[in-house]
Design a protein around this ligand. Structure first.
Ligand SMILES: [Zn+2]
Length: 473
């Protein structure tokens, strides 16, 4: 029985949230009425000339830094020629052999070490328009009665990131993609939402017998629009290729569509080679030669990388990998966590509260007053559960104060409770002798008296201990 090793590389498209499109001044927004954000440039009227969006170039450099890439001193836009109804020019302005960012590496922390994924390149291009198929099943072209084109998306800026085929487990592709998404979101350059299409992922998949070093024929899985579908699509394709080889067949180079409903893969087309696109340098645009000072300045603007932050959460605060990973999923949560610890709350308890009660109560961590919440967390052992939960749930409200909730704290100070216990024993001599004579059940009576006197705020554990001690005599 041959043991097969999966070989997976990803191509990720990230839609940048610049104010305007890549080569014209049309507004770059989603959700506007169809064909209301267009102009002669993005509709490819004859003679219209593109002007590159400086913000998009800077953001691509910023992302290149975050991916550990080298930023090109001289980079070119190329024309990628193909015909499709959503591409009015008959070519896409993209980048070919002179991309803006090349040769990076991206680390994904794991409990047992880390996953290292090489980045081949990250380049800038324009998106195609959006074709909407009407009348067919699930909006697909097969069986559609009509197809409509919305040119609002045409010409919006996209960054394409290509990884080395360094992934060998479908689940790792998802882990990598999630961390990449978080990085992009924290850079503030895209909302990177898979279900809305502002983050899209294609996977290049092949298998080889374990120990073989060369790469076998790969297939490309297109546009999987959720993290789960990425894993499931890759798994289905790995299975298909392995059964093909085991039946003595061969894998053909093609582009496939994964249908999450049926779990089936269908062929979209045989895969094109680069020469099919007849790339040539875009004659209407000059080379991009970013100023070294600007490239350096952008590097200094990088926020802490989520992978670095995860390790810091583990090492500085002694959190487990799991706790650190959950917190690290959102920067505002990490910031609140750090502020809580700074304000004196215990790290592990704070992590628990943030992961459980705070998120269950849907409190926005950015609105929480850390000093007040730290006091509530500090009193967690003495507060009735309900009071604790209510306080956490309100901690994001404007003007939230811990003090009113802390009044409910159980009195667990034995010195404070002792005189009260003494007074109650003195007031009930008959019950005391009965207890000492063997009626153990009377302990509950004494506890009840203490709770009544303290309006339920005494810590029953401490009261029990005190009573047992005193009733021994
Ligand atoms: Zn336009």
């Amino acid at each position: 029985m041959t043991e097969w090793q999966p070989v997976i590389g990803l191509e990720i498209h990230v839609q940048l949230k610049t104010r305007t499109k890549m080569f014209c001044r049309c507004e770059n927004i989603r959700g506007a009425d169809e064909n209301t954000r267009t102009c002669p440039v993005c509709l490819a009227h004859p003679g219209a000339l593109p002007v590159p969006n400086g913000q998009a170039i800077e953001w691509t450099i910023l992302l290149g830094h975050a991916l550990g890439c080298t930023i090109a001193e001289r980079s070119l836009f190329h024309r990628k020629n193909y015909f499709y109804p959503d591409l009015p020019k008959g070519y896409q302005i993209s980048q070919y052999d002179k991309p803006l960012c090349e040769g990076g590496r991206f680390l994904v922390p794991r409990e047992d070490g880390q996953l290292e994924v090489g980045i081949v390149r990250a380049h800038l291009e324009e998106d195609a328009a959006k074709t909407v198929h009407v009348g067919g099943a699930a909006g697909r072209i097969q069986g559609a009665e009509t197809s409509l084109v919305d040119f609002n998306r045409g010409g919006t800026p996209l960054v394409e990131i290509v990884t080395e085929p360094d992934l060998h487990v479908a689940e790792d592709a998802r882990t990598f993609l999630q961390l990449l998404r978080q990085t992009v979101v924290e850079l503030g350059i895209s909302d990177a939402e898979m279900e809305k299409g502002s983050l899209r992922c294609d996977a290049n998949v092949s298998v080889r017998p374990a120990g073989e070093t060369g790469l076998r024929t790969k297939t490309e899985l297109k546009n999987m629009n959720s993290f789960t579908f990425v894993t499931r699509g890759i798994e289905a394709e790995l299975e298909r290729q392995i059964s093909l080889y085991e039946a003595g067949g061969e894998v053909e180079q093609e582009t496939l569509h994964f249908d999450p409903q049926s779990g089936q893969l269908s062929s979209l087309r045989s895969k094109e080679e680069a020469h099919d696109y007849r790339y040539f340098p875009e004659p209407d645009l000059v080379a991009i030669e970013p100023d070294a000072a600007l490239v350096g300045e952008l590097a200094s603007q990088l926020p802490e990388h989520p992978a670095t932050r995860l390790r810091r959460l583990e090492e500085t605060f002694g959190l487990s990998f799991y706790d650190a990973q959950v917190l690290n999923g959102s920067r505002p949560t990490v910031e609140l966590f750090e502020a809580l610890v700074e304000a004196g709350a215990e790290a592990k308890a704070s992590a628990n509260v943030l992961q459980n009660q705070l998120s269950a109560a849907a409190v926005d961590p950015a609105t929480v007053n850390a000093a007040e919440l730290a006091e509530v967390i500090g009193a967690r052992d003495t507060l009735p559960r309900e009071t604790f939960a209510t306080a956490i749930g309100k901690s994001g409200d404007a003007g939230f104060k811990a003090a009113p909730y802390l009044e409910d704290a159980a009195v667990s100070d034995a010195d404070e409770l002792e005189p009260l216990v003494d007074a109650i024993l003195e007031a009930n001599p008959d019950q005391v002798s009965a207890y000492r004579g063997g009626k153990d059940g009377l302990l509950g009576f004494f506890v009840g008296q203490v709770m009544k006197e303290t309006q339920g705020k005494a810590d029953p554990r401490v009261v029990n201990e005190l009573l047992r001690e005193k009733l021994k005599d």
